[in-house]
Design a protein around this ligand. Sequence first.
Ligand code: ZN
Length: 132
Amino acid sequence: MKKQEAVEFRDLLEEMRYRLRGDVSQLTKEALGADRHDGGSESKSPTHMAELGSDTFEQDFSLSLAANEQETLTEVAAALQRIKDGTFGLCEICTKEGKSPAQSAIPKPRLRAIPYCRTCVDCARKKENVGI
Ligand SMILES: [Zn+2]
């Protein structure tokens, strides 16, 4: 991938990371009931997620949403690292199979749709079909 193209994706990924970080802390705050005033839980520390239990569906939902975003955030960070390493835009599976960088390149439209994706369309499909 050309340097100029990598810079474009780096900007995109950094923007995603910035937005996701905001979302994750907001969602976690909501899930932990920072805005709730139901009282009777003074003994519980709001910073310990394990102690909170799962008394409402909304709380579970917000936390799982936050977990998904956290996962995406991890992928975005990994993609930024690949840009630094110079391996960004290469399909992990093709590379492992010993294909050349030119053969392993993930098509640009796919990268634009999912800048943090690790595999080309073919490999993603193969992965989905594993075990079927
Ligand atoms: Zn591939």
